[in-house]
Design a protein around this ligand. Structure first.
Ligand code: SF4
Length: 242
């Protein structure tokens, strides 16, 4: 990353960054002490590489999982490969049930997800939600990179979410800004997804993610063809409460 990369230019720590970082480390330490079976969900986005780096620094017993939907960008797959090769944590990669993914495409077409919200949600269910269930089976806690700033739908995210009695969800970056996240990456020289230098703040599937313009919402590049009233639906089901 050069000083003039998009990531370098947007790295900008908040005034209380040091306090946020200390709180995040304390939360992760507490989560690790409270759970023997704890895992990190990673989309290989900026927030997730920060959390993985923090877990490595803490010599955590947590592992990391990635949902390889079969539709990820080449840049994301490249980072996945290098992360698996160099990380001190163990990585688990989950793929959709191949028969279901093939049947969906055969029946509805390669770009069916753009035809209706129902088809998009069906695709997300096959490629993300069902594999997520397998990824979380047997775990009592998971860690995500969700931040309140990312969208209106995520504004009420809490650092610790116990709304699901079966599994506790930790969101240790809940109050971090995008500038804080990139500051951590630059300061600690953390490898990151090359898509961020192409103005993709949110990392998702290739057919459903585009770059955003200055001033656009963080998740504006996700399912951008869907209407505004579907804003709360701009989630793939991974973080939607029943
Ligand atoms: S983000 Fe798009 S390609 Fe990925 S699972 Fe959802 S609808 Fe399918």
């Amino acid at each position: 990353m050069g000083a003039l990369s998009a990531v370098g230019l947007q790295a900008n720590a908040s005034k209380n960054y040091d306090a946020k970082l200390a709180a995040t480390k304390a939360l992760l330490t507490d989560a690790l002490a409270s759970h023997t079976n704890i895992t990190q969900a990673s989309s290989l986005g900026a927030e997730d590489v920060v959390i993985t780096h923090l877990l490595e620094t803490l010599k955590a017993h947590a592992d990391v999982f990635v949902l390889n939907t079969g539709k990820l960008h080449a840049e994301t797959l490249t980072l996945l490969e290098s992360s698996q090769a160099t990380s001190t944590l163990s990585w688990r990669v989950f793929q959709p049930v191949q028969e279901q993914a093939i049947h969906f495409v055969k029946t509805n077409g390669e770009l069916a997800m753009r035809e209706s919200l129902d088809l998009r949600k069906s695709c997300c269910h096959i490629r993300k939600v069902e594999p997520l269930g397998r990824a979380l089976a047997g775990y009592s806690a998971w860690i995500t990179g969700m931040r309140a700033e990312q969208s209106a739908a995520r504004a009420d995210v809490h650092a610790v979410d116990t709304s699901d009695a079966k599994i506790t969800k930790y969101n240790p970056l809940v109050d971090w800004t995008w500038g804080d996240v990139l500051h951590y990456i630059v300061e600690n020289n953390v490898p990151y997804n090359a898509l961020h230098d192409k103005f993709y703040p949110s990392i998702g599937c290739e057919p459903c993610t585009r770059a955003v313009s200055l001033g656009e919402d963080f998740r504006a590049g996700r399912w951008w063809w869907e209407s505004k009233e579907g804003e709360s639906a701009k989630e793939c089901g991974l973080h939607v409460k029943a």
